[in-house]
Ligand binder design. Sequence first.
Ligand code: GLN
Length: 475
Amino acid sequence: MSTWKPITQIVQDVQSGTVSAVSLVEKSLAEIEAKADYRSIIAVTKERAFERAAQIDAQVAAGQSTGRLAGVPFIAKDNFLVFGADTTAASNILKGFDAPYQSTAIERLEAEGAICVAKANLDAFAHGSSTENSDFMTTLNPHDKTRVPGGSSGGSAAAVALELAPFALGTDTGGSIRQPASFSGVVGYKPTYGLVSRSGVVAMASSTDVIGPMTRTVEDAALVLDCMAGKDILDGTTIERAAEAYSQLGQQDLTGVKIGVIKEYFGEGLDSEVKTVIDQAIEKIKHAGATVEEVSLPSLKLALACYYIIVPAEISSNLSRYDGQRYGYFTDDADDLDHSYTQSRSIGFGDEAKRRIMIGTYVLSSGYYDAYYQKAQLVRTKLINEFKDAFNKYDVLLGPTAPTTAFKLGEHSSDPLEMYLTDIMTVAVNLAGVPAISLPAGLSDGLPVGVQLIANQSNDHQLLSIARSIEGVLV
Ligand code: GLN
């Protein structure tokens, strides 16, 4: 039996006074403590969580109205600025950083009554695919402790799979919500770029960073998205939300839904057992009435190379703010200001952040800009156009989320290129800014396999509706 009811039922229980918000926080903290050996949690926000829970219980007792997430505990990836615990992005350079304000996503969830109880582990600054790049610890896969949970939102994915809380928040710059969702057997939703404000989230690559929910069901994901989405004055890249509520999914019949299966995601590198699970899922979807055809997006084969030029370029710029002077790691063992910058950054940043700063600075430097950065941007435009063309014919595109199931701890950590290759099926979505979801499709050797569904820009509502129907035929 699962630990948590669907989110709407938890909220009903709180609003009717059947269950107190305080008891839900207690329950979540007890789960976190009992499953600490998976190392998914960096810190708990216990004191603040209990204060907020008591306020919600008092509101209920006084007959006042509460929000759509009243009393629901959740866990935020530790790159969200949150009150009640440090915000570290799992990096030594931000250790001890006390956020002066909260991210918009957290503020909006709190306004609906949700309660943040803990901060989840990640690859430092969200650079990675396994959580092994965390400067603090490696999270273990909930299905097999000798394997990674995926990354970079590995702590959030594991937390949901272990049922430490009803939902968690992740960020997805190149797959960091979807890939760990696939490896850990949960639902991971990456919204259209700009649908959820990035304000107050530690920046990785500003042109592809998005925030999204990690849950056990599509319905829960849609509700959490509904509470976060929409324009924000603090993030100029935010877009208008759809008129319809994302949580009102309606009954989407799969009959007549046109699905394009992405040819490029079934070639070399795809594990044959993952392929079997995805093929079985496709059969079930066909059986439910959808029209399924193969579609080719030729530029997808360039997406990974393109991503690993554009994203490090943006990282090198975004990480330049960490100079040790106003906040973050600082060493006073320096002769002058320049030396203080280099010392603070050399000691504070881990290997992967340094690697990306170097790659990014290189591809942006004069003489190389035209050869790398500008070319990558041209490829990106081509890719965007290929997605647009495909969506003229199909409602959603489908493929595996990742080429393999969860790999062994240490299997790729000594070879950065091998690690980058694990992102081959997720990065294109970020370059194009389109929404995508990873759904549990089945098991291979006891390990979860995720199926990825992708929709056109701003078609989040349709994507979630179709995903819910597909979830229904897969379970
Ligand atoms: N694994 C990818 C990377 O290392 C994606 C990371 C992310 O989405 N934050 O860049």
